[in-house]
Design a protein around this ligand. Structure first.
Ligand SMILES: [Mn+2]
Length: 357
């Protein structure tokens, strides 16, 4: 069995965080032309941390840019009302120009530049000073001048809030960060913790409490993020739970497969399957949940665990991916009707081999 917390490593990272934050504040004060970048298929934490950093730098009189490798869930558009984010998949030319012209590149919510997919080459080829702020395990730090990594943090937004609060110019006063920065960071905390359900730390609540006191409207964010789904999405969820979810009691595992046919039938739109993989974990006997989504090119894999099984290790070994210990993803290249067997067999093998460790 792979146990998931490495307290020694987390402690070491925390000790260096404050020093790194001091260096970061000095670097930001240099007023370099800045590109803020996050990962492909950006989620609430990716967009929230990027817009949070963006709004912070704007409040300091700077003109940073945000470049995302691809568009994210529509429900996050409220964080970018003036459409200031450049999406590579929609406007390659601007994305490339911004990255090439930057003196500072800040990568958020990613532990390796490969997570930016087609932007990775541009980032590697740039002479800019590079910063990584992230909460995924085992960051690949080559080429980065400042790396602030805390796998113990609930979200990159929580970590970024903590960093910004430690800045000399903020002096521990959240109001100084401005409501847009605070709202963006609160959004990433809400989404990465699944509305304060998982990955919580004592500091998660400290941050949320301070944000609330400083005027962040959590009801508004909750309505924007969790209560704006379509009827089609709700019916797709019911369909998958009734007709696709398969439980293996001995492995304490659930498997759901969403096919292209399901997508067509329920007018699937990007982001519609957000959160589906978490649902089977509400069953008492289920410790690990998998959702396989068929696309034209490959099968997208989402894995969640509520026990001691590291889905990060499992995703790396069997599903061409990785992520967090309790939430990970990957890709499969096989016919969709073979996916269930492959999942249950892989899990069985994984549990056996892990127990021999
Ligand atoms: Mn995150």
């Amino acid at each position: 069995m792979q146990y998931i917390f490495n307290f020694a490593a987390i402690k070491f990272i925390l000790m260096t965080l404050d020093t790194q934050a001091v260096n970061l504040e000095k670097l930001l004060e240099r007023n370099l032309k800045t590109a803020i970048i996050s990962h492909f298929n950006p989620d609430g934490d990716a967009i929230g941390s990027a817009v949070g950093m963006y709004a912070y730098l704007r409040s300091k009189g700077q003109e940073p840019r945000i470049v995302m490798p691809s568009y994210g869930p529509e429900c996050m558009d409220f964080l970018d009302p003036d459409k200031e984010i450049t999406y590579f998949t929609r406007d390659k030319e601007t994305a490339e120009t911004v990255i090439r012209g930057s003196g500072l590149i800040i990568c958020l919510d990613l532990n390796k530049t490969a997570r930016t997919e087609q932007l990775a080459g541009l980032i590697a080829g740039s002479d800019a000073v590079k910063v990584m702020i992230d909460h995924h395990p085992a960051p690949e730090t080559d080429g980065f001048s400042i790396v602030i990594s805390d796998p113990g943090a609930s979200s990159t937004c929580e970590l970024l809030y903590r960093i910004l609060m430690s800045f000399r110019s903020t002096g521990g006063c959240p109001e100084k960060l401005g409501l847009r920065t605070l709202t963006s960071l609160a959004t990433g905390i809400l989404t990465d913790t699944n509305n304060f359900n998982n990955s919580l730390t004592p500091y998660t609540f400290t941050a949320a409490s301070e944000m609330l006191r400083a005027g962040v409207d959590f009801d508004f964010i909750t309505n924007m993020v969790f209560r704006r789904y379509s009827e089609d999405r709700m019916r797709l969820m019911g369909h998958l739970l009734t007709n696709s979810m398969q439980i293996d009691r001995s492995l304490r595992a659930s498997c759901m497969v969403m096919t292209l046919e399901d997508r067509r039938r329920f007018n699937f739109r990007d982001g519609d399957s957000e959160g589906f993989v978490n649902l089977p974990l509400m069953i008492g006997d289920v410790e690990i949940s998998a959702l396989f989504s068929q696309t034209e090119e490959f099968i997208r894999v989402s894995l969640r665990s509520k026990g001691n099984i590291s889905v990060n290790a499992m995703a790396g070994r069997y599903f061409n991916g990785g992520g967090h210990e309790r939430a990970a993803g990957g890709r499969l290249y096989m016919p969709v009707d073979q996916v269930r067997d492959y999942f249950f067999q892989s899990l069985e093998q994984f549990l056996q081999s892990s127990q021999q460790l």
